[in-house]
Design a protein around this ligand. Structure first.
Ligand SMILES: C[S@@+](CC[C@H](N)C(=O)[O-])C[C@H]1O[C@@H](n2cnc3c(N)ncnc32)[C@H](O)[C@@H]1O
Length: 187
């Protein structure tokens, strides 16, 4: 469950992102983060599904990391947070430590393409990286039997190729939350 303190951190990160967008900073200086509403939903899903092995591809500065790790509070569950950009991950690490959530997270710095083959089967996956990689990474995911895969940005970006790909082999639905979440249950 997200605590008030978790929510304040999410709000702080989100407000900064909106401020950077409003100032039209160069893309490299802007943080790309998950919407707070999406974070709330992910936290509830992971908690109520009782997911124990959770992975996110694209942790960035950590809104989704807070949400997924908070769902694992008081459980043996573990989040693997994969991020390719060192500064973003360093910030997420510091935030999660401040929230007392670091023991639930293994931070891996690197390209998900290289990390995914070494992971055990996962119960819950968040895809939130470059959109061109979604299909490729979906195919690389080690999934447990009842796994759920959530992909962000399906309403803000053209991800019809990804949606068609997963719908050909899985049950999948678009949730109009935040920038659009594709929730997929492999058959
Ligand atoms: C939209 S942001 C993620 C936002 C984050 N989930 C949050 O809630 O704040 C996308 C992130 O994916 C990372 N990324 C892109 N390609 C990657 C890859 N191949 N492996 C790991 N991380 C990657 C980027 O560096 C960027 O920080």
């Amino acid at each position: 469950m997200l605590t008030d303190t978790d929510r304040r951190e999410i709000e702080r990160l989100w407000t900064r992102k909106l401020d950077q967008d409003a100032k039209k900073l160069p893309q490299a200086e802007r943080h790309r983060n998950l919407e707070p509403d999406s974070a709330e939903l992910l936290c509830v899903l992971v908690e109520r599904l009782k997911a124990r092995r959770v992975v996110e591809i694209g942790g960035s500065s950590g809104i989704s990391t807070i949400a997924l790790a908070a769902a694992l509070r008081g459980t043996e569950g573990r989040l693997t947070s994969i991020e390719i950009e060192p500064q973003r991950q360093a910030e997420a690490k510091a935030t999660l430590a401040r929230l007392g959530l670091q023991s639930h997270v293994e931070f891996i710095l690197g390209d998900a393409a290289k990390v995914l083959p070494s992971l055990a089967a996962q119960d819950f996956v968040l895809l939130d990286c470059e959109k061109d990689d979604y299909v490729r990474f979906y195919e690389m995911l080690p999934l447990a039997r009842a796994a759920i895969v959530v992909a962000d940005n399906v309403l803000s970006h053209d991800l019809t190729a990804y949606q068609a790909h997963v719908r050909a082999k899985a049950d999948s639905v678009t949730l109009p939350v935040g920038k659009g979440l594709e929730l997929t249950r492999p058959r």
